[in-house]
Design a binder for this molecule. Structure first.
Ligand code: MRU
Length: 351
């Protein structure tokens, strides 16, 4: 497959460069973010989103904090980096890749500071290298997820997906859409039904954009059409991404995923989750303990900037839901396809 002519996020000496996903599909604008605060806000305001992409961006945020710190001593640099990590931790609560990436950067800071002859310049340089490595590894992992998932995808499969778990949500290639890309590249003749994904419309704006750019046939439907399409036999399987997989196999993903999974079960359609091992959180026993982000009113009450609700009417806005493990046919990781009983098969991935 040819390399795409766009990217999600990249390190540069001038700052962290990212495609502003709020403006897709009408405008392709890259932001260059120089400060940790700007990088944290880009995660909060969804300029960059998707669990693995958030992890990559956070790692670069820590590297950027090191590069921009005016500290002259190791202990001052460490204090600056601790503050940066704390700020980045506060951006979004559900996607565990954020905390995974920040822990990885934190562990490296400890390690380098304890090396003999360590100084500020060495810590800076090692953090930049590590952040670029997190991104490069993420792309490789997505390709491996795609290769693992191939065994699940029959010829001419009509694949439903929800939200965007594509190149835009990762360092590149994608998790759920990585499986789609691998199937396409293997000549399986697949097509995608992308649920629009109210309220931020990741399925309509982002999944459709990146699949069209990649010449993968894609049709967008509104979220409330899913049951009808399944009942009329137009969906062969579902593949979605994940923001966090609990130790028992419960899956937190974009709001609406649970509804799709219930409908898939009712219609005997396989429901697959594609995610890197870094999205599996063995410290969280079940979905009940996964923090669910609540976002602001405006994303529900307005489309564009046009109000669609009477002023003053309250809204609820949980941004994620939990699909119980019993509805998940299999989880596709870079280490292979994992099936129930998830308590055993997920923990085996870490041994
Ligand atoms: O709010 P978002 O757009 O960050 O939510 C993204 C999702 O729910 C994705 O499906 C998930 O992060 C998997 S990305 C490979």
């Amino acid at each position: 497959m040819a390399k795409p002519d766009w990217f999600t996020v990249r390190w540069s000496d001038d700052g962290v460069v990212m495609l502003d996903q709020r403006r897709l599909p009408s405008e392709e604008i890259y932001l260059t973010l120089k400060s940790v605060e700007e990088i944290a806000q880009s995660i909060e305001n969804l300029a960059v989103r998707g669990a693995p992409a958030i992890g990559c961006t956070a790692a670069m945020g820590v590297a950027r904090a090191a590069v921009t710190s005016e500290a002259a001593t190791l202990s001052d640099l460490r204090s600056d980096l601790e503050l940066a990590i704390k700020r980045l931790e506060q951006t979004r609560p559900t996607a565990v890749n954020l905390f995974w990436a920040l822990r990885r950067m934190g562990a490296l800071i400890d390690q380098v500071c304890e090396e003999s002859g360590a100084d500020v310049a060495r810590v800076r340089q090692r953090l930049v290298v590590e952040a670029e490595r997190v991104l490069a590894e993420d792309i490789e992992i997505c390709r491996a997820i795609g290769a693992s998932g191939l065994e699940l995808i029959p010829r001419d499969a009509r694949i439903m997906t929800h939200c965007n778990a594509g190149a835009l949500a990762t360092g590149g290639y994608g998790t759920a859409l990585g499986v789609v890309r691998a199937a396409r590249d293997a000549g399986r003749g697949v097509s995608v039904i992308s649920n629009e994904t109210r309220p931020f419309l990741q399925g309509a704006r982002l999944t459709a954009w990146e699949l069209q750019r990649d010449d993968v046939p894609v049709t967008v439907v509104t979220d409330n059409m899913v049951g009808h399409l399944m009942r009329t036999g137009e969906v062969d399987l579902v593949v979605v991404g994940a923001d966090r997989v609990a130790a028992n196999g419960d899956v937190a993903n974009k709001i609406g995923t649970y509804t799709v999974a219930v409908l898939a079960r009712e219609h005997s359609i396989p429901f697959y989750v594609a995610a890197p091992v870094s999205t599996i959180d063995l410290e969280t026993p079940s979905g009940a303990e996964i923090p669910i982000e609540e976002r602001g009113r405006e994303e529900i009450a307005e489309i564009g900037e046009r109000p669609i609700l009477p002023a003053g009417v309250p809204v609820r806005h949980p941004a994620f839901d939990v699909t119980p493990a019993t509805l998940v046919t299999a989880i596709v990781t870079e280490k292979g396809v994992v099936r129930p009983p998830y308590v055993e098969t997920l923990s085996a991935l870490f041994r």
